[in-house]
Design a protein around this ligand. Structure first.
Ligand code: GUN
Length: 289
């Protein structure tokens, strides 16, 4: 039996339809939703991600303010930029693309973003709300994955889920969202012993390594009917590839998300959703999506 492809493009399209309507409602209330993007340096992947995010904003009627900064941008300059964006009433959301060059401290930078403009859910107060199950703003990639489970009616209650990633952007926040749905969650990482055995036991595997020389999830590593979500992004012979040997894994799994066309479009869709949510704060009106 062959499993089903999880079509992130299709799900993202339906989310974007809802966002387009929410944006036009906000506009009729006199609010033009606006996202400020901050990109430091010339990292080609980050440039592509930020361009895609800006295009997606334009597509649903959200304006963007673009801040492209030199590789040598200092922490002091960054603090002053964030402070001015925090004060700017025409800017509702602030996105600082990660990773940052080594002279900039990621935590020092993201933690001074106003929690009310924190579309990535990286500020201490929003992380705290997330970890206690009270988040209004949820981080984009993890909430995009949860939206995929919801769309395909994949029940998580009591399921053994493993996350192969422990980053602040993916693994740690995803842990909280999954536990809230009553899953039994294990975080695996580079020091985990017997990774293959963890994978073979899991009902759901979410992998976000992004380096096929280090890790590829193959069909011998999963159990029959497992759900596999691929968050890895790498390049092989100029092509975008994930962590999963998709062609073979889908023959044994119940669902697999591909790369490209799986989680990636959902990350962008959730950024749009969070931008609409923060824009609705400015009118004292509740979230619109
Ligand atoms: N770099 C890779 N993914 C992300 C993301 O979701 N948000 C930010 N700010 N940077 C990233």
């Amino acid at each position: 039996m062959t499993g089903q492809k999880i079509d992130g493009l299709e799900v993202a399209k339906s989310v974007k339809e809802r966002i387009r309507m929410a944006v036009s409602e906000l506009k009729s209330d006199g609010v033009q939703p606006c996202l400020a993007t901050v990109l430091v340096g010339e990292n080609p992947s980050s440039q592509t991600y930020v361009n895609n995010k800006q295009k997606a904003c334009a597509d649903v009627g959200i304006t963007t303010k673009d801040h492209k900064l030199d590789d040598s941008f200092s922490q002091e300059e960054m603090n002053s930029l964030i402070n001015s964006l925090n004060k700017d009433d025409t800017v509702h959301g602030i996105l600082v693309q990660l990773p940052l060059p080594s002279q900039l401290d990621e935590f020092a930078t993201t933690s001074i973003i106003s929690p009310l403009k924190d579309v990535d859910c990286l500020t201490p107060s929003n992380i705290g709300l997330l970890s206690t199950g009270r988040a209004v703003l949820k981080p984009c990639t993890p909430s995009g994955i949860m939206e995929l489970f919801d769309y395909y009616n994949i029940d998580l209650q009591g399921k053994d889920v493993i996350i192969i990633n422990r980053s602040n952007l993916v693994g740690k926040p995803l842990y909280h969202l999954l536990v809230k749905e009553n899953a039994t969650v294990t975080i695996c990482h580079s020091k985990t012993k017997n990774l293959k055995e963890h994978c073979q036991r899991a009902d759901v595997i979410i992998t976000a390594i992004g380096n096929r020389e280090k890790f590829v999830l193959t069909e011998d590593m999963i159990k029959d009917g497992a759900v596999v979500i691929d968050v890895g992004i790498g390049r092989q012979e100029g092509k975008l590839v994930g962590d999963v040997d998709y062609e073979n894994v889908i023959k044994k799994a119940s669902y697999v998300s591909p790369v490209p066309g799986g989680v990636g479009p959902m990350t962008v869709a959730m950024l749009l959703k969070n931008t609409v949510t923060v824009a609705s704060f400015s009118k004292g009106i509740g979230p619109k999506t």
